[in-house]
Design a protein. Structure first.
Length: 431
């Protein structure tokens, strides 16, 4: 009897604990509950799942409660259902925000490019045979999308084994001499991890289906390697693309660079430092300019330790990535910051960031965009997505699909403007 009583009490306490976690996870999606240390990683993980897959979260919460509710006392059952109902309202609002993510993206494009801009890419490039209609995203599709488009994998572009491998995404029926525009993807992972597989699949599959060539590249990681090895590898991979992508049906004269998190940092820095010999040892004469940059939730300023950086970032940079003290090697941190390389001749930028990013504060993007807009003569589009967490574009959610379409529209406008300028003779083939 005593044992049964203990089991009964434990069951009621467990149900209340689950209800509390349910409420906290939904609340965390609206306002991250932790932004420091290891708890911030938990906050990020829960926030990402809840905000990108709210209906699946709702089904799991309500399904679990329905299976266990009959064993609960009436007061505990009432509390659990009330909490679940409040959480459900929050999750349904997340679902609405995800499906309406096209609204802030469209508004950002209108502000940055004008309302007369292109809203699709029809007729701009020589597309593959067939319908050429981008397939919808979705988490399950993203798990198998790699094999649909990666017909040339693990190509070596440097001397460091698998760390210098890249994959080429393309439709199998793409014309070999089609000169398709190229998207060059740099994975994130805090400069210490990450892989060319598993990131930006919604975006790359969308563009590949429409006839683009997409290239995803690995690069050397810390702590085994030290800055600036990371950006040197990115530049070397970009040089390989410039030299060889025509063999795969790509146009070396139109390359857009993208990446998320550390990849957002590296793609931005690469776009803003074309042909910089410091980052091109041994291949200084190879053109590494790009025609557009689309960084997602990137780190743009390595010097803002106090007001715009995750509290763990300074230690990561000092001990594992740059491996020099910030106070005594300040110029290294300045030089590694894309914000300090902004110039009038910067390529067109489309910067995307989530308001609820737990790992890279949104202030990084705001300050970077403000400086770009002050200096650059090219379009600068900035989309700040409500409720979006770090890595919001990775999982094939509704928001990720909207982001992929918005990037397509941005690149379509840049592509058309560039080719109009080329026809008029105002740009060179490599500018």
């Amino acid at each position: 009897m005593r044992k049964a009583r203990i089991v009964h009490i434990a069951r009621q306490a467990g149900a209340l604990a689950v209800a509390a976690v349910t409420a906290a996870s939904t609340l965390n999606g609206y306002r991250p509950l932790a932004r420091r240390g290891y708890p911030s990683m938990v906050s990020f993980g829960f926030g990402l799942v809840v905000s990108e897959f709210p209906l699946q979260t709702l089904v799991s919460q309500l399904g679990g409660l329905a299976l266990t509710a009959r064993r609960l006392t009436r007061p505990v059952r009432a509390i659990a259902w009330v909490v679940a109902g409040i959480s459900a309202v929050g999750l349904l609002n997340f679902n609405r925000a995800g499906h309406r993510a096209g609204v802030p993206l469209r508004e950002a494009l209108d502000r940055g490019l004008g309302t007369a801009r292109r809203t699709d890419s029809t007729g701009l490039w020589r597309r593959a045979a067939g319908a050429g209609t981008a397939k919808s995203a979705g988490a399950l599709r993203m798990l198998r999308i790699y094999r649909d488009y990666t017909h040339d994998a693990d190509i070596s572009y440097g001397d460091y084994g698998s760390a210098n491998h890249l994959d080429i995404w393309r439709r199998p029926d793409l014309a070999p001499a089609g000169k398709a525009p190229v998207l060059f993807q740099i994975p994130g992972g805090a400069w210490i991890t990450g892989n060319k597989r598993g990131q930006a699949h919604p975006l790359m599959s969308h563009l590949a289906e429409l006839g683009w060539i997409c290239v995803a590249a690995n690069y050397r990681h810390s702590p085994r390697n030290t800055w600036p090895d990371h950006i040197v590898d990115v530049k070397r991979a970009l040089a390989w693309v410039k030299t060889h992508i025509a063999e795969y049906g790509g146009d070396p004269d139109f390359i857009a660079i993208t990446g998320g998190s550390a990849g957002g940092h590296l793609s931005s820095l690469a776009a803003l430092t074309p042909n910089d010999p410091r980052y091109q040892p041994g291949f200084e004469d190879v053109d590494t300019g790009v025609q557009a940059a689309v960084p997602f939730y990137g780190v743009y300023d390595f010097t803002r330790f106090e007001d715009a950086m995750h509290p763990s970032m300074p230690e990561l940079l000092e001990q594992m990535v740059i491996k020099q003290p910030h106070k005594t090697s300040f110029e290294t941190y300045v030089d590694a910051s894309p914000v300090n390389h902004v110039a009038a001749d910067a390529p067109p930028f489309f910067v995307l960031h989530g308001t609820n990013d737990s790992l890279v504060p949104v202030e990084q993007a705001r300050a970077f965009v403000a400086k770009l807009r002050d200096v650059s003569t090219q379009p600068v589009v900035y989309a700040e997505l409500p409720f979006a967490q770090h890595a919001f574009d990775m999982l094939g959610s509704a928001r990720a699909a909207h982001a992929a379409v918005a990037v397509e529209q941005f690149l379509a406008e840049i592509y058309e403007n560039r080719h109009q300028a080329r026809r008029s003779g105002s740009v060179t083939a490599t500018s």
